[in-house]
Design a protein around this ligand. Structure first.
Ligand code: HSE
Length: 414
């Protein structure tokens, strides 16, 4: 029998208990061993749960218990999760986690520690919730050179954008709904400002290209500035706005990596990834584009990925799994100012005529977009391929010439 401990009994932790209890027999069949939860660590009391007697507030009861071979960390955050996970790996216990913040911040160190001690450190649930993506990149696509990954990696923001686009729902109302459904982070700024998606693209980049990428080296923009007007113009352009995490290996050996809202053409597979769903496109040299799709957040989808890792751990007690990457290196992440994009721009000036003249002054030939009830003085357009630094200077120029810049969103070719 394999005995495990679960650190945290929030949305995902309670889901792990539910999945293990509901699928007890089939899990045993697949793991070739019964899996039971011996301890749950949480500071709160849960007196009414049928398994109330296995709760503890004392981590030493877990770390010092030789019967517990696998620890599931689903607390989230860095403190105290990092200390606990490190202690487990230093004391002969394999770790399974859904904690993307931890993996993005400390992945290289913890993977290396696990390797040194011949243990497993698995984190399938840290990206894409219930979608298999870590294992496919590291195993199934291992014969490819992956050149690029782009995806909708945050369920909460995709849910909010879908509600805005389809139901004209107010941003705050949609966010509250996502929180009630258990999708959002404890601090939803992590979702709406793009940090959660950033952690996830860092994990995918680290895995695909073998070098750790820290979130603070990645240009990150959230969805808080997106308006219903931008959504209308995106429709006129022929697409939708999605928050995309992307990474691309460049010819010079650096990676171009960013998180930002993007115009996505209606033809793209990512355009139809709605609600809490995530979609991740992996571009391999042998496979071409492979797209993974499924529920990217929520109790049971995420718990399912966690428990699958536990089963994998039980089946590989004596063999280490495949996950590995080196620590970060200098000058590996390209400066975004060196990159070029086509942009959607929305500006307002005293008159439409003046707005068009200013657009011509800074961008030359543009493609104008229109929307219903477009007010006098407002224009929206799409630029040609423009370098990011030149774009920033043009925006400053527009402002200095008296125009209000109401929206700037990069186009994508996914
Ligand atoms: N807040 C995250 C999301 C949870 O909305 O995608 C899953 O990582």
């Amino acid at each position: 029998m394999a005995k495990i401990a679960v650190l945290g009994h929030g949305v995902v932790g309670s889901g792990v208990l539910e999945v293990i209890n509901t699928h007890h027999d089939s899990i045993e069949r697949r793991a070739k061993e019964e899996i039971t939860v011996k301890r749950i660590l949480d500071l709160r009391e849960f007196p009414n749960l049928p398994y109330a007697d296995i709760f503890t507030k004392d981590f030493s009861l877990i770390i010092n218990d030789p019967e517990i071979a696998i620890v599931v960390e689903v607390m989230g955050g860095i403190t105290p999760a990092y200390d606990y996970v490190k202690a487990c790996l230093e004391n002969g216990k394999s770790v399974v986690t859904s904690n993307k913040e931890l993996v993005a911040a400390k992945g290289a160190e913890l993977i290396s520690l696990a390797q040194k001690n011949n243990l497993n450190f698995l984190f399938e649930a840290s990206v894409g919730g219930g979608i298999p993506i870590i294992r496919p990149i590291s195993q199934c696509l291992a014969a490819n050179e992956v050149g690029e990954i782009a995806g909708i990696l945050n369920g909460t923001t995709n849910f909010i954008l879908t509600k805005m686009i389809r139901e004209n729902m107010d941003f705050a109302v949609a966010l509250k709904l996502a929180q009630d459904l258990g999708y959002a982070e404890r601090n939803p700024a992590a979702d709406v400002e793009g940090h959660d998606a950033c952690r996830k693209i860092c994990i995918l980049a680290s895995l695909a290209f073998g070098t750790h990428v820290y979130p603070d080296s990645v240009y990150t923009e959230g969805i808080t500035k997106i308006t219903l007007e931008d959504v209308q113009y995106a429709a006129a352009w022929g697409g939708v706005i999605k928050l995309i995490g992307s990474v691309k290996m460049q010819d010079d050996g650096k990676i171009g990596i960013m998180v930002a809202p993007r115009f996505i053409s209606r033809e793209s597979q990512l355009a139809n990834v709605d609600d809490v769903f995530n979609g991740i496109m992996v571009r391999g040299d042998a496979t071409g584009d492979v797209v993974f799709y499924g529920k990217g957040a929520g109790k049971l989808p995420t718990a399912s990925a966690v428990v699958a890792d536990v089963i994998d751990c039980v089946k590989h007690f004596k063999a280490r799994k495949y996950l590995y990457w080196d620590d970060a290196k200098l000058d590996y992440v390209a400066n975004i100012e060196e990159e070029s994009f086509e942009y959607y721009v929305r500006i307002k000036a005293l008159s439409t005529d003046l707005a068009e003249k200013l657009a011509y002054k800074y961008f030359g030939k543009i493609r104008e977009l229109t929307r219903e009830n477009q007010p006098e003085g407002e224009i929206a357009f799409v630029t040609n391929l423009t370098n990011e630094k030149v774009m920033n200077n043009s925006i400053e120029g527009l402002k200095n010439d008296g125009a209000s810049v109401l929206g700037v969103i990069r186009l994508s070719d996914y």
